[in-house]
Design a protein around this ligand. Structure first.
Ligand code: SF4
Ligand code: SF4
Length: 345
């Protein structure tokens, strides 16, 4: 209960003051990947010195304000030491409430074991498995024959684990928006008890330092009509997920029309992004490096409270970043915004 109260407090406080330590971190533990998606070039990044378990332990042991971690890649299950990484993060971050993993679902057994490792440490895992269309569309867009069925196998195996929350995650763009109805029909056929609450939406984003996909000329011309149709289907499942998903889709229209969201961004105020090499950025999109933890004694709090991070935050406030509506950044903004409103009534 203390951990949950700490999360609520941080969600509200971060709307008024800059936190002394981030309460949410997105950590890309590897940039290696076993797929070659049309929307992303992470798989093409050179493989170099990823943070070791020992280094990860040093980073997370000082994060006593951390309530929320997004563990991602590349494909995070390619880290052979994934279960150890999970244990070290949880052991170090005593106030962790939300442990979210994004996976492309190609290695079912490893995703299953990672889910179990989170549960053994007493935290409810939230697992997102990528799927971008019906079989032929998904496998074409994700650059891997059989990828659709492997994702479904991973989804089914994790769905059987008691206390795990698992979703299929679809990144929308002009490449697949016309196939979403077909995807939903297929999923209903192929997954027992499937309903819309098992599906989660994201949209295509560009990022030089993360997705490495500035050269991708992919349109976000999603019609508001399509968005509203999916909004109407979002009424089922976990109430927190329903709320966040609905607000996320509602705001998408504003973001597509304006290139920015109307919710205040939390980057460098309460959240940040850590890459496999120890480099810290405000988020997965803004290509403005704050520093490298390997050159800062792995002390993320010291880096967080230095002048450089505060200067980067100022750039965010002055709208110098590209703007985004990525769920990793959007969900804390949505939750914080509404809690602040509730607290001020
Ligand atoms: S989107 Fe994910 S699965 Fe696809 S290439 Fe990028 S990191 Fe790999
Ligand atoms: S609004 Fe800007 S700084 Fe904030 S998460 Fe998006 S790109 Fe990053």
């Amino acid at each position: 209960m203390i951990k949950e109260l700490s999360l609520l407090k941080n969600l509200v406080y971060s709307n008024f003051v800059r936190l002394r330590s981030p309460y949410k971190i997105t950590f890309a533990a590897t940039y290696r990947c076993n797929l070659k998606c049309k929307i992303c070039n992470i798989w093409d990044k050179p493989t170099r010195d990823e943070l070791s378990c020992l280094e990860i332990e040093k980073i997370f042991k000082s994060l006593n304000n951390l309530n929320w971690i997004d563990l991602t890649g590349g494909e995070v299950t390619l880290r052979e030491d994934l279960s150890d990484i999970i244990k070290l993060i949880i052991r170090g971050s005593k106030r962790l409430v939300i442990f979210h993993i994004s996976t492309n679902g190609q290695l079912a057994q490893r995703a299953f074991l990672a889910t179990k490792a989170i549960i053994s440490a007493g935290i409810t895992p939230v697992i997102n498995i990528s799927i971008d269309g019906p079989e032929r569309v998904n496998d074409f867009l994700r650059g891997g024959s059989g990828a659709y069925w492997r994702s479904l196998e991973t989804f089914r195996s994790i769905k059987r684990i008691r206390n795990a929350r698992v979703y299929l995650s679809c990144t929308l763009s002009s490449l697949n928006i016309d196939y979403i109805d077909e995807l939903i029909t297929d999923l209903k056929k192929n997954i027992q008890d499937f309903d819309f609450s098992n599906l989660h939406f994201n949209i295509f984003h560009q990022s030089a330092h993360y997705y490495n996909n500035q050269n991708k000329d992919i349109s976000l011309e999603l019609t508001l009509h399509s968005l509203k149709k999916y909004l109407g289907l979002c009424a089922l499942g976990n109430p927190v997920k329903v709320f966040l998903e609905k607000e996320y889709i509602k705001e998408l229209g504003f973001f597509i029309n304006n290139g920015r969201s109307s919710f205040p961004c939390q980057a460098c105020l309460s959240t940040c992004f850590l890459n496999p090499y120890g480099e810290v950025f405000p988020c997965s999109i803004y290509n403005l490096k704050i520093g490298n933890l390997k050159e800062n004694n792995f002390d993320i709090n010291a880096l967080w409270n230095c002048g450089k991070t505060k200067a980067v935050r100022k750039c965010v406030e002055e709208n110098k970043c590209p703007g985004c509506w990525s769920p990793c950044e959007a969900y804390p903004a949505i939750a914080g915004h509404f809690l602040r409103k509730a607290a001020s009534i």
